[in-house]
Design a protein around this ligand. Structure first.
Ligand code: NAG
Ligand code: NAG
Length: 291
């Protein structure tokens, strides 16, 4: 009926269809419910977390880079090194560059390709032309940062930033590279002022209760002794128990709090703890943030 060549190409066509149908089903982006990992090791943790058929989030966590994506592949948050002392920080369609311990906004008319970004970076590294320019750059960065946070506020995937760390923690193999990522998730939630709906809230795990008995929960210590909760993980006296597993004193959180005291909110040592080897026992930007 068919010419042999046609037969073969039809066969190839259907094989290709079958393969792509299999890939579609295997693709974690299309799977239903729960955590789907493509890699899970100290170099990289990659996968997706699906809450239901319409709400899911994908992630690619590496030592010096983080990416949060919609299940369609659209980027929500991207952060990676661009060379010594400089990095890219992108929230949806707003791009920032980190230079040393400050960040600058990258105007929309600058193409978001590596060479262009590096050229812009070199320009900014040379320093502002005047004090007025410096102030303008700072104000522009603040305004765009707030804009980025309000865009995030209305991004539905953000509501999964409690369940995702919780799901990742639910593994007997705990990885160090995940700590900064948990910090990232909670920082973004807090700065974008996202109130996670009740059904999407993380629940405190059982072993947290056991640990709480062996250390002093800072939430229970009287106010004047808490030193405004320095050392408890989370902004001021908010406890982010997901990060170190409880509301106790952690050296890493203390060191980060000190950096914020000295440098202020807009300094990257305070703003982006996940960039500087944060762990519960130490913070990579400390003590250099003190000087
Ligand atoms: C998925 O969950 C979200 C959040 O609870 C909800 O708004 C949405 O309607 C759900 N979608 C489906 C298909 O159930
Ligand atoms: C736990 O980690 C292993 C890799 O060490 C991975 O294969 C497994 O899927 C993970 N389990 C869960 C529930 O995340």
């Amino acid at each position: 009926m068919f010419h042999p060549v046609v037969k073969i190409s039809l066969l190839l066509y259907f094989t290709a269809l079958l393969v792509s149908a299999r890939n579609f089903a295997d693709d974690p982006r299309n799977a239903v419910q729960g955590l789907h990992l493509e890699s899970y090791n100290e170099e990289q943790v990659q996968g997706c977390y699906n809450y239901n058929k319409t709400l899911g989030i994908c992630f690619d966590i590496q030592r010096h880079s983080f990416e949060l994506l919609k299940t369609t592949g659209e980027q929500i948050f991207v952060n990676h090194d661009l060379g010594p002392d400089s990095f890219l920080y992108q929230v949806l369609d707003l791009t920032f560059l980190g230079i040393g311990s400050s960040i600058v906004y990258v105007p929309k008319d600058i193409p978001k390709v590596r060479e262009e970004l590096l050229a812009f970076l070199a320009l900014k590294k040379a320093g502002p032309s005047s004090e007025q320019q410096k102030n303008e750059d700072f104000e522009s960065m603040k305004a765009h940062y707030q804009e980025a946070m309000s865009e995030l506020h209305y991004t539905p995937e953000m509501q999964l930033l409690e369940l995702l760390p919780e799901a990742l923690m639910d593994n007997s193999t705990q990885l160090e590279i995940l700590k900064p990522f948990y910090t990232l998730c909670l920082s973004l939630l807090s700065r974008a002022d996202v109130q996670t709906p009740a059904q999407l809230k993380a629940t405190l795990r059982l072993h947290d209760h056991q640990r709480q008995k062996r250390c002093t929960n800072m939430k229970t210590v009287s106010w004047h002794r808490r030193n405004e909760c320095r050392g408890m993980c989370g902004p001021t006296c908010t406890c982010w128990s997901l990060i170190c597993g409880d509301c106790c004193y952690h050296q890493g959180c203390y060191e980060h709090d000190r950096c914020c005291d000295v440098k202020g909110f807009w300094d990257t040592y305070c703003l982006l703890p996940f960039m500087y080897s944060f762990s519960c026992s130490s913070y990579g930007a400390y003590p250099k943030c003190l000087y």
